[in-house]
Design a protein around this ligand. Structure first.
Ligand code: UDP
Length: 431
C-alpha cells in the first residue's frame, strides 16, 4: 500500500480555529482549515502548527478528522499583532522542530503569510523538503494605497519570496504583483484561486433563510425591508463606513437596511464610530450590527440579503464576495484585486471603479429596484462560482505539491540561493 504523504502547515500568527470576522482572523484562517480538511480527504496527513496565543490552548487538538493542530510555545501566550509574532520566529521554528522530531517525517512544508514563511524556509532546508508559501496579503499592497507598512514585513516577504520553491497567488493580479513589486521568479509563481464549500454556500429558499435569520438574529430587523449585507472584520480598509454613507444616498429605497456582520467586543470603539456616522447621515435607524457569526449561519445570511456589498480598499481574493455569489446573491464590490476577477460586472454583480459612496449607492439602488435583474444576476453568480469548488481547488494545490516533489526527486538538494535581505537583524529589532 502507498504511504500517505505528510504535510506540515505553518500558520504562525493566527490559528485556523480563531473566529473568522474578528480582528486579525478572516479568510486565511478559513482557508487553512478548509484546505487541511480537503487534503486529508484526498489522502494526505496534515499537521498544522500555530503559535500558542492563549494559556489554556491544548498542545494538540483535532482540526478536522485526520488533521491535527499543534499550539507551539513562542513568546507570550496572548494574542499579538502579526508583526510582533515575527520577533518569535526562531522560538517557533525550534518548537516545531521539537514536536516534529517525535512525528514521522514530512514530505512538504506549506506556509501561510510571511511570518510563517520564515519558519518554512528554515524547516525546508533542515528537512530537505520543498516549501510552498501563500501570503494572503502582501505589505507592498498597502503602500500602493498610501498606507505605510513596516520595513520588517517587506524585508521578510522578500526573503520568503526569494527562497520558497513555489509561491501560490490567488489571482493573476497577485502573480503580477509578486513579480512586479517583489521581483519573484516568474517560474515559481503559481496561481490557484481560493476555494469555497459549495455544499455550504449554494442557493436555496430565500424566504426560509429570511425566516431563520429573523429568528436567530432579531436585531437585524429582517422583514422590515431589503437587506444590504456587509460581512467582515470591522477594520477601516473594509469600508463599512463607506456603505453607511452610500445607504443615505440610495434613491427610492426608504426601507432598505444595512446589516453589518463582523467584529467582537474588541471592536466596540469602531462600532461606536460607525453608529455616530450613521446618525450623522440620517440612517441610524437602518444600520444594524451583529458580531461575527459562525460559518454555519452565513449561507442563510447571504441568501436573506438582497445584495452583498464588499467596498474594500483591497482584497487579494475576497472570500465573502464569492461565498455570497455562490449562495445566489448578487454582489457589489470595489474594482480591486481579487474582486475584479471573481465578479463579472453586469452579470453576477457590479464592480465600482471609484471607491466613493455615490458609485455604491447607484449600483446597490439599481439592484434593489429591479427584482428581475437581481434574480437573474443571483442565478448567474451561483453558476459562475462553481469554478471555486474546494474539490477542484484542492486538486490544483496537490498538483503544485506533486510538481515540487518530482522536481526535488530530479534536482536533489534544496534551493540554496536565497537570503537577499538582512532580515534576521530586522526581526531582532522587531521583537
Ligand atoms: N467570516 C465568518 N464570520 C463572520 C465574518 C466573516 O466566518 O462573521 C468569514 C467569511 O465567511 C470569510 C472570511 O471570514 O470566509 C473573510 O474572508 P475575506 O477573504 O472576505 O476577508 P479577509 O478577512 O481575509 O480580509
Amino acid at each position: 500500500m502507498l504511504r500517505r504523504r505528510r504535510l506540515a502547515v505553518m500558520s504562525t500568527h493566527t490559528s485556523p480555529l480563531a473566529r473568522a470576522g474578528t480582528t486579525k482572523a478572516g479568510g486565511m484562517n478559513v482557508y487553512v482549515a478548509d484546505l487541511s480538511r480537503h487534503l486529508v480527504e484526498m489522502g494526505w496527513d496534515v499537521d498544522v502548527f500555530t503559535r500558542r496565543d492563549r494559556i489554556d490552548a491544548p498542545d494538540v487538538e483535532e482540526l478536522a478528522p485526520g488533521a491535527r493542530l499543534f499550539h507551539v510555545d513562542a513568546g507570550p501566550p496572548l494574542g499579538l499583532p502579526p508583526i510582533e509574532t515575527a520577533g518569535h520566529v526562531a522560538e517557533f521554528t525550534a518548537g516545531v522542530e521539537q514536536i516534529a522530531s517525535g512525528n514521522e517525517a514530512y514530505d512538504l512544508v506549506h506556509s501561510h503569510y510571511w511570518v510563517a514563511g520564515l519558519t518554512g524556509i528554515e524547516l525546508s532546508r533542515q528537512w530537505q523538503v520543498p516549501h510552498a508559501v501563500m501570503f494572503h496579503t502582501l505589505g507592498a499592497v498597502k503602500e500602493v494605497f498610501q498606507q505605510s507598512e513596516s520595513p520588517f514585513r517587506i524585508a521578510g516577504e522578500r526573503r520568503v519570496i526569494a527562497c520558497a520553491d513555489a509561491i501560490i497567488g490567488a489571482t493573476s493580479h497577485e502573480r503580477a504583483f509578486l513579480i512586479g513589486q517583489y521581483q519573484a521568479d516568474a517560474s515559481r509563481v503559481r496561481v490557484v484561486p481560493c476555494g469555497i464549500d459549495l455544499e455550504t454556500f449554494h442557493p436555496a429558499g430565500a424566504e426560509e433563510s429570511r425566516y431563520r435569520v429573523a429568528a436567530a438574529l432579531p436585531e437585524l430587523g429582517v422583514g422590515d425591508g431589503p437587506g444590504i449585507l456587509f460581512v467582515g472584520r470591522l477594520e477601516q480598509a473594509k469600508g463599512a463606513d463607506l456603505l453607511i454613507q452610500a445607504l443615505s444616498k440610495i434613491e427610492r429605497q426608504p426601507c432598505a437596511s444595512l446589516w453589518i456582520v463582523g467584529g467582537d467586543e474588541r471592536d466596540d470603539d469602531e462600532r461606536a464610530r460607525l453608529w455616530a456616522l450613521a446618525d450623522e447621515c440620517g440612517v441610524g435607524q437602518r444600520v444594524k450590527f451583529v458580531s461575527a457569526v459562525d460559518r454555519q449561519q452565513l449561507p442563510d445570511l447571504y441568501r436573506a440579503a438582497a445584495v452583498c456589498a464588499v467596498p474594500s480598499a483591497y482584497e487579494s481574493f475576497g472570500l465573502v464576495a464569492v461565498e455570497a455569489m455562490a449562495s445566489g446573491t448578487p454582489t457589489v464590490a470595489t474594482r480591486v484585486g481579487g474582486l475584479a476577477s471573481t465578479i463579472s460586472h453586469g452579470k453576477t454583480g457590479f464592480l465600482v471603479g471609484d471607491r466613493e459612496p455615490e458609485g455604491f449607492a447607484s449600483a446597490i439602488g439599481r439592484l434593489l429596484g429591479d427584482d428581475a435583474l437581481r434574480q437573474r444576476m443571483g442565478a448567474a453568480a451561483a453558476e459562475e462560482m462553481n469554478i471555486f469548488s474546494w474539490r477542484s481547488v484542492a486538486r490544483s494545490i496537490l498538483g503544485v505539491y506533486e510538481e515540487l516533489l518530482s522536481e526535488r526527486n530530479i534536482a536533489g538538494a534544496a534551493r540554496e540561493s536565497c537570503c537577499p535581505d538582512p532580515v534576521e537583524s530586522l526581526l531582532v529589532a522587531a521583537s
